[in-house]
Each structure stands twice: as C-alpha cells, then as structure tokens.
Design a protein around this ligand. Structure first.
Ligand code: PLP
Length: 414
C-alpha cells in the first residue's frame, strides 16, 4: 500500500486530504465542542474523554489572555458580588473607558456594548447622523458582525465575511469593493461620493484570511475620506489589543474617525466598544443618536475590561506573542514540507492562516481561489494530534501560549 511504513500522522494526513468536506472532523464536530470540552485553562482545553489540546482557536480569538485568566475571573466575580447591572455610571465604567482610550491613544470618548456587531452598528448610526448620508463602503472578505445588514453569503452559501458572492437582498446601502485596491475606492467615490456616509474596514483583514493593507492603502483611503467628508471606521474587533495596544492606527500611522474593539479587550467576556473623537461621539451625548441597551456597560462587563486592559498595559505580552507565532508558523511550514503538502502559512505571527496551494496570496480574490476546504480537512487531523484549530480558520496566538505549548504543538504532529 502507498502508505505502508508511513507514520501514523502521515497516514492521518493523507486520509484527511482525501476526505470530502463535511466529514466527521469538520463543522459538526467543531460545533459539538461544547459537549466535547469539559474545561479550559490558559492555552489548554480538556475533553470529557481525558485528552488535552493546545488551543489555537481561543473561542475565535477573544481569549487572548488564555482561558479563565485569574485576574479577570476575580474582577468579574467581585463585580457579580457587588451587583451585576447598574444602569448608571459606575466607577468601573469610567475606569474602563479611561484605560481603553489611554491604550488606543487618539480617542477620547467611548461607548460600550455587548458585542462587536453592536459596536459596528453604532458606528454606522453615528456616521449616518453626522453626514446625513446612508451608504457605506465595505470590502470583500471583511467581517463586521452577524446582523443581516452586514452579513453576506459566501460563494458556497455559508454565512460569513463579505465575498464577491451572493449578497443578501437588502444590502442596497452597502458598496462592496475589493480589498487593497485604492483605484476602486477612488472610482466608487467619484461615482457616489456624495451619498457615502462611511468607509468601514478591518484595517488588517483577518477574519477570512490574514492580509495586511498594502503600503499606502490606508493613507490613501484616509485622504479620500477627508476629501469627500466621509467617516472612516476601523473595525478592530479582531485586530485590536491582539497586535499591540494602539491597534492599526498605531501600526500604520493612520487615524480613523471611529474604531470598534471587542474580543481581546475583556479576557473572554462579552464586551465591545466604539471609540472616537468628541465631535462624532457627542451625538450620543446630545441624544441625537441613541444606541444603548440594558446590558451595555454592566458592572460585570466593565470589570472584565478594566482587569484585561490593565493587565495588557502593565505587562504587554506582544513581543512574546509575535515570537511564539513566528516559531509556530515556521514549524507548521516545515511540517507541511515534510509531508510534501503545498501548505502555506500566511499572515502575521499573532494571527495567521494556513492554506493549500502555490499562489502568492496578495488579496482576497487569490485567497478565495485556494482550496480552503482541504485545510478544513487538515484541521480534523490536527485536532487528532491535540491541536485545537478551526476548519478554514485563522490561528490565534495568545498571551497564554508559551514554550510548553509551542513544543507540544510542533511535536505532537510527529
Ligand atoms: N467585526 C470584526 C472585525 C470581527 O472580527 C467580529 C467578530 O468576529 C465582529 C465584528 C462581530 O463581533 P461579535 O461577534 O462580538 O458580534
């Protein structure tokens, strides 16, 4: 037999690559993870049948400090004991606001919500109120939440980030453009500029594969937004506080008008935030725009933000995370080469994407042409080897991943 003499992992790998999508290791098993995992701590998951896993999915990213980070659990427990919902301005909310704005650097006002989706919706509302226009430019492959107005169906009909596939029926207010193509943005504005309220983007595209903005792209979009009086929104729900404290604005030296944060700001608890300058954010204060919910700024939520963000400010883990990610990317690339797999590791060390194929991945369209379904099958194999990863997904490296986890990740595959 072809696989005779091969190691168990090689056999598994071959088998996985021949498996059709939707096999036992794809979404069904991943979706069943709630029954499957018994407990989690740091970068580790423990299953009901006694296996342990190094977790590179981290609940799709929010557990940047690892599972059950002690200081956050303590802070939230204290908040629970002191009263979970307050309904007014609590000192923890003020402290959380100060910390996030201090980290972000350029923003002086903040509005908390429970999810990133709501924060993005709040940004749209502000932009529309401020400009008196309705349309929003967004980019292929960028994900902005789970509500109908931002959700798009992928080529294969699954819900997910925007793609050049089928649009939901009621998306007239959105103009969908290719990522990283400034000429397309300029042309869309020349056509519709007077109707555009906002341009929204993941300033580093992460959700559908990690692709950084091309040099000059963010600066160019910023300039165009200024020319046309358009609100620039950086959706940093996934990139924020993961790559550094000051987000894409700091990394690329481009300041948006509004930015959204979530996931990593609250150590795994459900909190998100919209930040911006006074001019726009005051539309909330004057009551011109309302965007509030019962559970926004609950004492529990803001306690999680205070504990998480102060820990990230006091002991920034970013260099460690980047180093770990680099070694993990190289190790995975070697594993792929060892098996003769055309496996590519693409992106930033803190969040990267594994895919198959030889094409240089420079934009979302080339990424879409890669055979991501094969990676979904490989994900099943990796799970067999004790690595918890997403089918088709991005790998997230966290502050909780250390040498022990790296060694386990790279040796378990042998
Ligand atoms: N925006 C981006 C860039 C995201 O990555 C996500 C979630 O993955 C969202 C918005 C939606 O956030 P939530 O799932 O908290 O509603």
């Amino acid at each position: 037999e072809e696989s005779q003499g091969a190691s168990r992992s090689e056999e598994l790998c071959r088998r996985a690559l021949n498996r059709t999508p939707g096999g036992v290791h794809s979404n069904v098993r991943l979706a069943g993870s709630r029954e499957f995992i018994r407990s989690a701590r740091g970068a580790w998951l423990y299953s009901v049948d006694g296996r342990d896993y190094v977790d590179y999915l981290l609940g799709q990213g929010p557990n940047f400090l690892g599972h059950a980070p002690g200081q956050v659990v303590e802070a939230v427990s204290d908040a629970c004991r002191n009263g979970v919902i307050f309904g007014g301005q609590h000192e923890l909310e003020v402290r959380a606001a100060e910390l996030v704005c201090e980290a972000v650097g350029w923003a002086d006002m903040i509005r908390f919500s429970m999810t990133g989706t709501e924060a993005v919706q709040a940004a749209f509302r502000l932009a529309r109120a401020a400009t008196g226009r309705t349309k929003v430019i967004r980019f292929e492959g960028h994900y902005h939440g789970w509500l109908d107005n931002v959700l798009l169906a992928n080529r294969d009909g699954r819900w997910g980030p925007a793609s050049n596939g089928q649009l939901a029926a009621h998306l007239d207010d959105f103009v969908l453009l290719p990522w990283n193509d400034l000429d397309e943005v300029a042309a869309a504005l020349a056509r519709d500029g007077e109707e555009i309220a906002a341009v929204v983007m993941e300033p580093i595209m992460i959700n559908a594969g990690v692709i950084e903005p091309k040099p000059g792209f963010l600066q160019g979009v910023r300039r165009l937004c200024d020319d046309y009086g358009i609100v620039l929104i950086f959706d940093e729900v996934i990139s924020g506080f993961r790559l550094g404290l000051d987000g894409a604005a700091g990394r690329y030296g481009v300041t948006p008008d509004l930015a959204t944060y979530g996931k990593a700001i609250a150590g795994g608890f459900p909190v998100a935030a919209l930040v911006g300058g006074e001019e726009l954010m005051d539309l909330f204060g004057t009551g011109e725009v309302n965007h509030s919910g019962t559970f926004n700024s609950s004492v529990m939520a803001t306690a999680a933000v205070v504990a998480s963000v102060s820990s990230l400010i006091d002991d920034p883990p970013y260099e460690r995370v980047a180093q770990h990610g680099k070694e993990l990317m190289n190790g995975l690339q070697d594993i792929g080469a060892g098996y003769g797999l055309p496996l590519r590791v693409v992106g930033l060390p803190q969040a990267f994407h594994v895919s198959f194929g030889d094409a240089e991945v420079t934009d979302y369209r080339t990424l879409q042409q890669l055979d991501l379904a094969r990676y979904e099958d490989l994900a099943g194999t990796l799970i067999d080897h004790g690595l918890w990863v997403a089918g088709r997904g991005v790998w997230y490296v966290s502050a909780a991943h250390g040498q022990k986890e790296l060694d386990a990740a790279l040796t378990r595959f042998d």
